[in-house]
Design a binder for this molecule. Sequence first.
Ligand SMILES: [Zn+2]
Length: 68
Amino acid sequence: MPQAHGQLRYRGRCADCSWVGRPFIRYGTADAAARDHSDAHQHTAFVVDQYEMRIVGSTIRPASARQA
Ligand SMILES: [Zn+2]
């Protein structure tokens, strides 16, 4: 794969489907995208870095699974 990532180092991923978010420079933006996916599809999403390593603590569970 060509080194075209630049500084786009964070992206959302989904544990329940093959969704991959757009890459973002900021963790918070990728986290927000993952949260949107989790809410929209009731899936467990998380954020990975440019090496596809899951960011510790980034797991987002569907709203329905959260404590009220
Ligand atoms: Zn999904």
